[in-house]
Design a protein around this ligand. Sequence first.
Ligand code: ADP
Ligand code: MG
Length: 632
Amino acid sequence: MERPQQQSHTQSHAQSSESTLGPIVGIDLGTTNSLVAILTEAGPRVLGSAPQGDIVPSVVRYVVDGGGARAEAVGRVARASQSLYPSRTIASAKRLLGRSAAETRTFSLGFSLPLADGPRGIAALEVDGVIVTPQQVAADVLRELRRVAELDLGCAVRRAVITVPAYFDDAQRQATRDAARLAGLDAVRIVNEPTAAALAYGLGQSRRNERIAVYDLGGGTFDVTILDIVPGESIGAGADCFQVLATAGDTALGGDDIDRAIVGLWIASGRVAPTTAAERAELVAAAERAKVALADRASVVERASCGGSDVELTLTAEELASAAAPFVERTLAACRRALQDAQSSVAEIDRVVLVGGSTRLASVRAAVARFFEKEPYAALDPDRVVALGAAVQAAIVGGSRKDLLLLDVIPLSLGIETVGGAMAKLIMRNSPTPSKAHEHFSTSKDGQTNVRIHVLQGERELAQHCRSLGMFDLRGIPPMPAGIPQIDVAFTVDQNGVLSVRAVEKRSGREASIQVVPSYGLSAEEVERMERESVEYARDDMTVHRVIDLRVHSELDLKWIGEALARVRLALDPSYVTELETAMAEVRGLCESAAHDPRSVDANKFHQSKQALDVLSMRVHEVSIAESLRKS
Ligand code: ADP
Ligand code: MG
């Protein structure tokens, strides 16, 4: 079906408020560890019985009975006994959340249980022949956090602000909400983790304009975010503004990779040779213990049982640094991208905030300090800062903090396919959320009554290179000449990054819309590839986009000129008619080549031919208009 034709563009941002209904907690639902916090008079606090609050490992052990899998242990207990029950214990389930089984088959995710196809093709795991979805695992962790919060606060907890990596797309955010619902929690807001960290950071600071970089290296994800903290008074607003300028990262990069690299190093040097999943899991656990214990020592020794006997495994600081190096290097590449997107230099970054357990590694700190040319800010506890920020955001949602305002960003551009297969971007990458944009389109054929709206995400100029988010048809447009219907397409991205698209034909009032919850997520590799390609192919894409536009406009011109010529041919000088028809034939030929393969056409030459025809055709239009005036 015909795609719409582009006319004009506007983009704006909206902010809405909500009322207070009860205690709202902030939750950091981590790949490795999860925490729940609340904002009190004295500041944000992690809930739980431990002095600093409880850190709940995102690990669940299942038991299969009556055909279903039930959580037998959650958190610390499940984690401590992980290597005893490798086939029943699920850790790092967040890596699968909101993804398709097909997509995850191509990753090496390092799970100790088999991957399986869940309902509707979603990625899941198999425990003793029973399918367990990552939503279910996340729900079991959230239920435990809810229990911790209810015990601590002494009241029922039903609502939460939950954080997710900045790179989570709609499907992954939706899966997070689904998990919350399973756990009896309403996820009133989904917030990006680095933004939450900035909120926690912003709270205790003096009121001045600052640009900060949040570097978050956890167990399974890496994010870097560049943001500005703007004091309310300096912009005449009652609230401080946290404006995210850019984010970059990788949803499959973290401390887990370092643990596996350490095991790889032990195996490569012939120190161990695991043969079973249980042995492997135990070695990974030993590697992690060694890594954490190395903090201020030159080397450590860990024990693990492998091949039926106990082995002692040494890890030196040097070995650790070299195991971590390739991953640290990848984080710096993302930092470079984020700075570029924020159009910021290293010198403009006032502070670097470290988040995530893996930023405790000396080699990480050193690399970050070298890259940003300043010592990172370490006053905040990197394990807790995201949860504390989520608690602050919860208070903002609940209405008890009116002096802070949060702006977040959209990680990849959003738009629709226009006639000829070009991508018209409505909301640009790194636009703040919530965000709104609308643009006018029209039809490209006379009497066209239906228009297909194909919603896309990506940075490339051509629809075929972008990711398809969904499609719908606007039907029942009254037949009108091409270019006359006014189709307004509106994009709205809410606070949670969920996109709604609505198309209205203004003359008839006909409308259609969709809420885009794309079936599955993009991997960080895909996001990276799309970003890379958008730069590599930018010039080529733009030329092709231009040829497509030229073709679309020329086809309309040819049609109008043809109609005018048919009306007034006899009133025109025959030599002019010949000249005009020659020019038309040339442009028609270019249109046909462009329709066949836009790359085969020289855009400049096409432009010149079209312009020559534009000039030449004025005459026939003038005569045609004069003729119709004379008749009426
Ligand atoms: P996530 O946000 O993915 O849940 P966290 O921020 O809780 O992750 O970080 C967990 C990671 O931090 C794990 O890979 C863990 O091994 C690592 N980690 C925790 N403490 C230390 C430490 N002292 N040194 C190095 N790595 C650490
Ligand atoms: Mg985290």
